[in-house]
Design a binder for this molecule. Structure first.
Ligand code: NAD
Length: 288
């Protein structure tokens, strides 16, 4: 396949490199110029004649701007596969714009982070027509370990932000429970042994335990170096609240998690730390 790849940052560069081992990839980024990928001088040039154009960009506004640049350059029937995490509305607007240009669009945000992008073990959650999903499935197989087709345009983004709203809230609940257990004199290993096999278990506790030295290896064991940075969690929580507001959904836990991560990132030195560093934050605090 001939592939255009736009947005060669922390995630895009290793994803493009994995594809380039098996396909003809031309990349473009306004700033990044990674080695090992053929580069075009504009986004439109990278998109021209491609069967699939992948975008991996910071946000919905940039995605919309890039879509404006590339859709007119793409050949009819080609697929615009957006793997960025963006708001549901932008994903649906870009898909509608693609359809008007006789293109197909799939929104397929990822989970798995930079490690997953490098190792080709990402999980994709995809929205868009079934035939377009089938066209890009072989690319998902190279870049990832799993791709779930979640329905129509925008549903990949919807699945991603719902998942991450749960993750943000459960990480906070897990961290505040550890900090409470500390103050009650319960040691962290006992807390883990009980909760990880009881009804309070979750991915945050069992697979990504925020307490150093307890449970499987996690960013907590590496001084809370990300992993998944608190500011990226904040980005996804903000998207969840934008989506909730648009459809009048009541999401009090998501809202509280958003406010806590905002304070953590903006006022409490959380910027650049893993999102599980909420535990030392709670450890330091007392009840208001
Ligand atoms: P990044 O900032 O490292 O990369 C984004 C790249 O887009 C940059 O290199 C930037 O120069 C480029 N760019 C910006 N505007 C552009 C334009 N107009 N044309 C071409 N290139 C442009 O970000 P990242 O960590 O690679 O994340 C990319 C997306 O993946 C984001 O939506 C993010 O939320 C999502 N994501 C990231 C992670 C992670 O762990 N980093 C995990 C899951 C999802």
């Amino acid at each position: 396949m001939k592939i255009g790849f736009i947005g060669l940052g922390n995630m895009g560069a290793p994803m493009a490199a994995n594809l380039a081992a098996q396909h003809n990839v031309t990349g473009y980024d306004t700033v990044a110029k990674p080695d090992g990928i053929a580069l075009a001088s504009t986004a439109a040039a990278a998109a021209k004649d491609a069967d699939v154009v992948i975008t991996m960009l910071p946000n919905g506004d940039i995605l919309r701007a890039v879509a404006n640049e590339i859709h007119s350059a793409m050949k009819p029937g080609a697929v615009h596969l957006d793997c960025s995490t963006v708001d549901v509305e932008s994903a649906r607007a870009v898909a509608a714009q693609a359809q008007e240009a006789s293109l197909q669009a799939v929104d397929a945000p990822v989970s798995g982070g930079i490690g997953g992008a490098t190792n080709g073990t990402l999980t994709f959650m995809a929205g868009g027509p079934a035939d377009a999903f089938a066209t890009v499935q072989p690319l998902f197989d190279i870049m990832g370990q799993k791709a779930v087709h979640c329905g129509d345009a925008g549903n990949g983004q919807a699945a991603k932000i719902c998942n991450n709203m749960i993750l943000g809230a459960t990480m906070i609940a897990t961290c505040e429970a550890f900090a409470l257990a500390d103050k009650l004199g319960l040691d962290r290993q006992s807390m883990f042994d009980v909760v990880s096999t009881s009804s309070g278990y979750s991915w945050s506790m069992n697979a990504y335990c925020p307490a150093p030295g307890v449970g499987p290896s996690s960013p907590a064991d590496n001084d809370y170096q990300p992993g998944f940075a608190a500011e990226l969690m904040l980005k996804d929580l903000n998207l969840s609240q934008m989506a909730a507001a648009a459809v009048h959904a009541d999401t009090p836990m998501g809202q509280a998690a958003t406010e806590l991560y905002k304070t953590f990132v903006e006022d409490e030195d959380g910027l650049g730390k893993d999102f599980s560093a909420m535990l030392p934050r709670f450890q330091k605090r007392t009840r208001a």
